[in-house]
Structures are given as structure tokens and as C-alpha cells.
Design a protein around this ligand. Structure first.
Ligand code: ADP
Ligand code: MG
Length: 728
């Protein structure tokens, strides 16, 4: 009997929900482990408090001596909460977060023990970072990387460690992380958007991007997960026959949450509260054992940090509840995969959501300005958005009839579609007073009323307008949202800069009124970006054909999609907007291509191992049992044994057939891998892994899955789909 699988199954039959301590009120514990304004007021001097607030709100520099006061205040606050260590918490290009803990504990000059945390330790650190991906930016002789404090995301306590969010840059100043380009993109967006808002409202001094992510995940019993080498090493099942029941009855989505899972969620949410992550929504997702957590939206940089922190916390809380969280986009074939919808909008420092229609025609012209400019930006840079969500794991999900296709399009709902169609007809040049009145009353003026009862939802669209925000639905569940958010912020910033230039030019040269000029420019944008708008079914084949006609990109695999990252268009965009320089752009491209090849390589190795060392030996063992049985029948019945051994003989042959096919495909896959590994060009290697190694996976899997349904259940070593998906 295969011990690991059955041991795990026995183990989980004894599991009980783990008790969770609830606070009297969650709001009472909210953000108590965050060095927020309240803690700052209590632990900082007035001057250092003001200087830190200026750094957060206006991006001003903190003076050296004040940094010492701030670090001391932070240390005292942390120690008062039982903290012993601090760490610079950063986001290297591995996709997860990194931390190296140092104790506050130190030995003073007179050899007495003290707790110390100076301003320089807060502001900058030099971790030995030579092992993080850098895409050739850091030569080995100059392998220094620096982490530098990002005061716009508050320090927090996790466990007994004070975590300080930081950026990670090379000695020569190039970004080695996801946060640095995100912060730069937020800055250019703020600057461009603020200038445009001032056409409508002079009081606005700052515009923030807002992000509300929705994190989907699978929760599997720890012992069951550990019994599968593929889940352990690649985060997903590489084989496994579909269970008799999957999600076809639609009985999991929004269903009653099982007790063990609910207690996990409660525990997790309480941790979120302490850390200031505003967790709001929890529910069962479409696939069995799939769930979702969504917070209240926040400023984008903070929201990204909170998502990354959440993913870390989710894994740790899962340990307490004997679960393993699977973030992979497609851990199980045949049922839904996981995504991370990125809800994105723009908010002013006066509290206005720029993608929310207002009460007056002028407010609605402001809404339309940001709305149309965003659509135009997506139209011009759709391939960059596709590239930002491209990973080996997300490839399984995109276009798989559950997630948006690899074609980027914008859904706005039929009513706004009509509004844009009307605006397309606006007169070229100055508008007559009648036309303006007509527009204000019947087109622009109608918007709030339309949106209030706008129930239009199109789940198949990758970039959908949902009333007061855009929702990028194609982001993968494992992703660092920065990647996609940096693109959206940068392209919208560039677009708004163009818009401002064009409107100003019309006002100056054509002597137009401001709103005439705005209508004129928007009209041209609506026309120019029409082909990105699609209201129909994004999952259908018809859309693929139509998209091809419209000349929209349809980059199905990661190596193809990533190419857009180094296109002249991308280089021009990022360098002009000063979000990334050419070295940084190329480095990221190389890193992501390499990461793709490595992922497929690992999966190939694991699959080869499971097929050869688990599946085939098990099949042979079962075949031997059958052979013994046939021999016995022959002993008893002599020549007429075949009457009784017909089925056994058929299975014996079928097993041999599948074994031969698995062996052949595995050998071919290994040969293809060897060929790919010889390539020195990262790009060629990734393409070869995609086109020549990966295709064997399906073939190997098909025959392994066939064996799974032939072989005696008691012998099968790999925990089955029905056990992974239906036990908790
Ligand atoms: P759904 O899209 O599932 O119908 P909601 O419309 O309530 O649900 O919003 C989903 C997500 O959108 C939430 O995580 C929320 O934080 C986020 N969200 C709402 N408003 C904004 C906004 N102005 N900016 C960014 N995210 C937002
Ligand atoms: Mg949503």
C-alpha cells in the first residue's frame, strides 16, 4: 500500500477546526501593529513627526538628525510591543518578499548591553544581495545592493520583528525590485493627472492611484499537499484524473464555508486587522476548495505591500490550521484557476474618485476625460499590459474559458458605449451654444443616472469598467501587482500628458474655450481607440477572429508576450516617463524569460520523476498481481482460462501500452530539455522550453491519468483529485 497517501487521508479524518480567539471588536485591534499616525504622535517629537509627515505626503527629504529621532521612536514603540529585531522588507525580482533580521540588541563602548536602532539603520541597509536576480545589472565585482526606506508605506510588526518597507537598488542606482518602478510610475501619474484635474478643480494638489485587489486561493490539507511531490515542488498538480464530481453543479461558489476553513479565515482576518490590512470580503470561489479574500481599496503602493504581506501571512496562518495555501494560477486541471483582479482608479487629495461620475455636467466632463484617456492608453499599449501579466503559471489560465483571453480589450457597458458613440459625433472645431447645451443635457448630463443602475457586468473582459473603477482581471493569483500597476500608471500618465498638450494647443492656437478643446480632443481619442472596446463574449472563438481583424495582439504564451517589454514602444515609454531606463528594462526582460524557462524546467523534472518513479512502478506492481492471477486461472482451468481472464489480459496489455507511451514521451521530453539547456541565449531557451519541452507534459499526463483509473486504488501512491478537492 502506498503509505504517504493513506497516512495523509487517515490524518485528516481526525482534524478538527482550530479554535480562534476573536477580539471584542475587530476595529479595536485594527492597525495596532502599524507605526501609523497615532503611534507616531505618541513616540515621536513634534519636529520629527512633522518631518516624517512631509516626507509621506509631499515626498520631502528627512534630515539626518531627525532620522535618528524617528528610528529611536520607532524602536521604542516596537520594543513596547515585544519586538526584538528589525528588518528592511523588500521586493526582489523573485516575486516574493525578502527580509534579513537584525537584533536591536548591541554592545556599547563600555561593554554594556543596550537596544540600538540608529537613523542610518532605518534609512539604508546593504544586504548581501548577490543571490537575488539582477539581470546582469550588478557585476560580481560590484555586487552591492542597497535597500532604502520607503516612508510612504508604514513600518509594521510581524511576529517579533519590526518590518520597514524599502526599495532595493543597485550601487549604480538601478532598480532591482518591483517597488522602485511602481513608486516612479505613481509619481509621474500624480504629476500628469494633477495638471489635468486642474482644468476642472484648482484645489486639487495631488492625485493617487488606488488599488483594490481580490486574492483567490486554494486551501488544501497540509498532509494531503505534502503527499504530492508536484504540489510541493511546482505548486500545482502535474497529473491526476478528474474526479467524477468537479464544479459542474455550481454548488461551491458562495456556498456555506466549511468550519475548518472558516476558522482559518477568521484567524487570518484577525492577523490582517493587527497589520492594518483592511480585509473585508471572504467567500467560496467557483472551484471546490477555492476561496477569495478582498480588502477595502487603498493607495496603490500601500495596497501592493498589503497584498504581498497578506500572501506571506496566509501561508503562516495556514500552518497553524494544518493547511497549505496554493496561490498557483492553475493548481488543478479541469476546475477554475485563481486570479487576482486589480481594481484601479484615481483619487484626488480632496477625496474625489476621478473615475466616478459627478452630479454636474462639468464633473462629468472631468469623469469622461479620465475615462476616455484610460481607454486610449490601454489601446495604445495593450501589448504591454499583456506582457505585465505573463508568467508560466498564468499561461494556464488566460484564455482557458474561465479567465479573460490573452487578448486585451476594454468593456464599458452598453450605456457608456452609447455615450462615447454620441461624443464621437461632436463638431470638429468650436461647438455652438445649442450643441453644448444638448451635450450637457442629453449626453454628459445623463451619466450618473446611467451608472447608478448600471448592472452591466461582463466577466469575460480582461479590463472592465465597473461603475467607478477599472478592473484588470487578467492578473495571476501569484503575481506582485506592481508589475501590472506600473504599466497602467505609466501609460495613463503618458496619455494624460499628451492630452494636456493637445488641449492647451487648441486653446492657444484655435482660440477655443477649455471645454470645446476638451470635447475636440476626446472625440479624436474615442475614434482612435475604438478597436480596443469590446462588449461581447471574450471567451468565444468569434472574438479571436474578430480581434485578429482588428489587429489586436493575441500573445498566447509568455515568451511571445514578454517580447513587448523590450519593444521600441516600451523603451520609448519608460525612458521618456523616467520610470525605467534601458538597462532596467532589458534586465527585467531577461529575468522574466529566464524565470519562465526555469519554471518549465522544474515542472519537466518533477513530471519525469513522478512518471518514472511513482506511476510506472505502481502500474507494474499491479500488472504483476494480474499476471499472477492469470497464471492461477491457467493452473485451474487449463486451456479454457481465457474465458475467465479476458478482462485481466486486456488490462495487462493496456498497462503495457500506457507504460510504453509514458516512457517514450518522457525520454523525448528529457532530450528536448537537454537541447534547450545547451542554448546560451535566454530568449531562445525560453521559446524552446515553451514550444518543445512543454508539449510533452500533456501526453505524459494523459497516459498517467489513464493508469490512475486502471490501477487498484489501494496501490495508487498519489493523492487523488477527489481527495485533494473534497476534503477539509
Ligand atoms: P465586485 O467587483 O466583486 O462586484 P466591488 O465593486 O464591491 O465588487 O469591488 C471589488 C473590489 O474593488 C474591492 O476589493 C474594492 O476594494 C475595490 N474597489 C472599490 N472601489 C475602488 C476604487 N475606487 N479604487 C480601487 N479599488 C476599488
Ligand atoms: Mg470584482
Amino acid at each position: 500500500m502506498s503509505t504517504l497517501r493513506f497516512h495523509a487521508l487517515k490524518q485528516i479524518s481526525t482534524r478538527k477546526p482550530v479554535e480562534v480567539q476573536e477580539p471584542h471588536r475587530r476595529s479595536e485591534i485594527y492597525a495596532t501593529n502599524v507605526f501609523n499616525k497615532k503611534a507616531m504622535r505618541q513616540f515621536l517629537t513634534k519636529t520629527s513627526f512633522n518631518s516624517l509627515m512631509d516626507a509621506i505626503e509631499k515626498g520631502t527629504k528627512i534630515e539626518r538628525h531627525l532620522a535618528d529621532y524617528i528610528s529611536t521612536g520607532m524602536k521604542e514603540w516596537a520594543i513596547s510591543k515585544g519586538v526584538t529585531h528589525y528588518t528592511h522588507w523588500f521586493q526582489p525580482l523573485t516575486g516574493s518578499t525578502a527580509e534579513k533580521h537584525d537584533a536591536f540588541f548591541d554592545i556599547d563602548d563600555d561593554l554594556s548591553a543596550i537596544e540600538k536602532f540608529g537613523g542610518s539603520a532605518l534609512v539604508q541597509q546593504e544586504p548581501d544581495a548577490s543571490s537575488f536576480p539582477n539581470g546582469g545589472i550588478r557585476n560580481t565585482f560590484e555586487a552591492r545592493g542597497y535597500t532604502a526606506w520607503d516612508p510612504t508605506s508604514p513600518a509594521f510588526i510581524w511576529g517579533t520583528t519590526l518590518c520597514i518597507p524599502t526599495v532595493f537598488v543597485s550601487y549604480t542606482g538601478e532598480a532591482l525590485d518591483y517597488k522602485t518602478p511602481l513608486l516612479r510610475s505613481l509619481q509621474v501619474l500624480d504629476s500628469a493627472a494633477t495638471k489635468v484635474v486642474q482644468y476642472f478643480d484648482k484645489k486639487v494638489k495631488k492625485v493617487n492611484a488606488t488599488l483594490g485587489w481580490e486574492q483567490e486561493y486554494f486551501l488544501i490539507d497540509k498532509d494531503l499537499a505534502n503527499s504530492r511531490p508536484d504540489i510541493m515542488l511546482s505548486g500545482r498538480t502535474l497529473l491526476g484524473h478528474a474526479p467524477a464530481k468537479g464544479q459542474q453543479l455550481d454548488d461551491h461558489y458562495f456556498g456555506s464555508i466549511p468550519s475548518r476553513i472558516l476558522n482559518y479565515m477568521r484567524d487570518l482576518e484577525n492577523e490582517c486587522m493587527l497589520l492594518g490590512i483592511p480585509a473585508k470580503t471572504r467567500h467560496n470561489e467557483v472551484a471546490p476548495n477555492q476561496f477569495e479574500l478582498a480588502p477595502i481599496f487603498e493607495e496603490a503602493n500601500l495596497a501592493v505591500d498589503h497584498n504581498l504581506l497578506l500572501m506571506d501571512v496566509m501561508g503562516k496562518v495556514a500552518e497553524r490550521h494544518n493547511f497549505k495555501v496554493l496561490f498557483h494560477e492553475k493548481p488543478f486541471a479541469g476546475v477554475n484557476g485563481s486570479g487576482k483582479h486589480n481594481n484601479w482608479s484615481l483619487a484626488t487629495d480632496t477625496g474625489i474618485n476621478l473615475l466616478s461620475p459627478g452630479a454636474t455636467p462639468m464633473k462629468n466632463l472631468q469623469f469622461l476625460t479620465f475615462f476616455v484617456n484610460t481607454i486610449k492608453a490601454v489601446h495604445d499599449y495593450e501589448e504591454l499590459i499583456r506582457a505585465a501579466i505573463a508568467t508560466a503559471s498564468n499561461d494556464h489560465r488566460l484564455g482557458a474559458n474561465e479567465a479573460p483571453p490573452a487578448i486585451i480589450s476594454v468593456f464599458i457597458g452598453s450605456q457608456l458605449d452609447e455615450v462615447l458613440n454620441e461624443l464621437e459625433k461632436v463638431t470638429d472645431g468650436k461647438l455652438s451654444p445649442q450643441e453644448k447645451t444638448e451635450l450637457k443635457l442629453n449626453v454628459v448630463g445623463k451619466i450618473p443616472e446611467i451608472l447608478l443602475d448600471n448592472t452591466d457586468r461582463n466577466r469575460t473582459s480582461p479590463f472592465a469598467f465597473t461603475g467607478n473603477k477599472f478592473e484588470l482581471r487578467a492578473v495571476g493569483s501569484t503575481a506582485n501587482c506592481s508589475n501590472a500597476m506600473t504599466v497602467i500608471n505609466t501609460i495613463v500618465a503618458r496619455q494624460l500628458e499628451e492630452f494636456k498638450k493637445e488641449v492647451d494647443a487648441l486653446i492657444a492656437t484655435e482660440n477655443m474655450k477649455k471645454d470645446d478643446a476638451i470635447f475636440n480632443v476626446l472625440r479624436e481619442y474615442i475614434k482612435a481607440s475604438k478597436k480596443i472596446r469590446f462588449e461581447g463574449d471574450g471567451y468565444g472563438d468569434a472574438w479571436e477572429k474578430e480581434a485578429l481583424k482588428r489587429k489586436l495582439s493575441n500573445n498566447k504564451t509568455t515568451p511571445i508576450a514578454l517580447k513587448a517589454k523590450i519593444s521600441p514602444l516600451a523603451i520609448d515609454l519608460y525612458t521618456r516617463m523616467e520610470v525605467m531606463n534601458e538597462v532596467e528594462i532589458q534586465a527585467r526582460y531577461d529575468i522574466e524569460m529566464e524565470e519562465y524557462a526555469k519554471h518549465i524546467q522544474i515542472e519537466g523534472r518533477v513530471l519525469g520523476d513522478i512518471a518514472r518513479n511513482h506511476v510506472i512502478p505502481t502500474a507494474i506492481r499491479y500488472q504483476n498481481i494480474l499476471i499472477e492471477n492469470v497464471k492461477g486461472l491457467k493452473d485451474i482451468y487449463g486451456d479454457s482460462f481465457k474465458t475467465y481472464a479476458e478482462e485481466q489480459l486486456r488490462i495487462i496489455e493496456a498497462i503495457s501500452g500506457h507504460i510504453a507511451k509514458i516512457n517514450k514521451a518522457t525520454t523525448q521530453m528529457i532530450d528536448a530539455r537537454k537541447k534547450a539547456n545547451k542554448l546560451t541565449c535566454i530568449e531562445e531557451k525560453a521559446i524552446m522550453y515553451c514550444d518543445e519541452v512543454k508539449p510533452y507534459f500533456d501526453d505524459i499526463r494523459y497516459h498517467c491519468d489513464k493508469l490512475e483509473v486502471l490501477v487498484d486504488d489501494e496501490l495508487w501512491p498519489l493523492t487523488k483529485y477527489r481527495e485533494l478537492l473534497f476534503t477539509h
